[in-house]
Design a binder for this molecule. Structure first.
Ligand code: C5P
Length: 285
């Protein structure tokens, strides 16, 4: 039995950290957006060969350490089912360790696909509860679209769809450790925060320019201090016609929003001369 599905990346239109909890995790406030850039996942159930993961990137874990495999294990435990062998074959296109929720998207897609296949009657809320145990972005990846995410990422308030736009995403050739970036953030010395309410209001009124103007990620100041590429890439995007540019998650992916498709294409061409992976994408509901 084969199931084919897609796992869509996310971007942070805003990311704010409100404080640190006693368990070491941080209280967040983020406006999140699903984009068309995606991984493709094929699940083969009933292989008779245990749990296996295959990917086009040799360095990713090919066993139960892979978050997509953990999702399958957690789903089976919660649903009370057995796979009689399952192969999860992932074609990765979302950059890894990039701030775009690539692993979380894979886990979310596996949970949703298995839930549809087995029809055990789990609601989106049930899946989000399983997903949260795997990673704080998994609940948003299950729900998707445009949403305000609070708590550690699990309190989701759906927002109206962002007006359609063109999005250039650029991943510099270095990766970032999420825990390291969180630990470098000194909550007492934050120079700038996003105006989350302004972005939420702009989304509610369908004003893409206002969304773009107010986008900001609190980790920009942490990551830019060590990597000047973050600021340079945003500058190139704005110079080439982006109506706003920001970093996603804990980085290092940088993205620009465009209302003009030609400007977005020109930016992609310009960025091909830089040491980074470049994608032309768009928002999806
Ligand atoms: O949940 P996720 O796997 O994305 O978290 C990776 C790391 O990011 C955590 O181990 C923690 O160091 C940090 N984090 C945090 N507060 C959150 C989410 C993540 O401190 N709300």
């Amino acid at each position: 039995m084969e199931i084919v599905t897609k796992a869509y990346a996310k971007l942070n239109l805003t990311l704010d950290v409100l404080g640190r909890r006693d368990d070491g995790l941080h209280e967040l406030q983020m406006v999140m957006q699903t984009v068309s850039l995606c991984d493709e996942i094929k699940l083969t159930i009933g292989t008779g060969k245990g749990l296996r993961v295959k990917t086009n990137l040799g360095y990713l874990p090919h066993d139960s350490r892979n978050i997509a495999a953990q999702a399958a294990v957690e789903f089976a435990a919660a649903a009370g089912i057995e796979y009689e062998g399952i192969l999860i074959d992932i074609s990765k296109r979302i950059p890894v360790c990039a701030g775009m929720g690539g692993g979380s998207a894979d886990a979310a897609a596996v949970l949703k696909a298995l839930n549809e296949h087995y029809r055990v009657g789990m609601t989106a809320d049930d899946l989000c509860k399983i997903g949260l145990r795997l990673g704080s972005d998994v609940p948003f990846c299950i729900v998707g679209g445009t949403a305000l995410a609070e708590g550690i990422g699990e309190i989701l308030t759906p927002l109206p769809a962002l007006p359609h736009c063109h999005i250039v995403i650029c991943k510099p050739r270095f990766s970032i450790s999420t825990p390291a970036v969180f630990s470098k953030l000194d909550c007492g010395r934050i120079q700038r925060r996003p105006d989350t309410q302004a972005v939420v209001h702009a989304i509610e009124t369908g004003d893409l320019n206002e969304v773009a103007r107010h986008m900001y990620n609190i980790f920009d100041q942490v990551v830019s201090a060590e990597h000047r590429e973050i600021g340079e890439l945003q500058h190139i995007m704005i110079e080439n016609g982006a109506i706003g540019a920001s970093m996603s998650g804990t980085g290092p992916s940088v993205f620009g929003l465009y209302d003009n498709p030609e400007a977005a294409k020109d930016t992609v061409e310009t960025l091909r001369g830089y040491n980074c992976e470049v994608f032309l994408s768009g928002n999806i509901e």
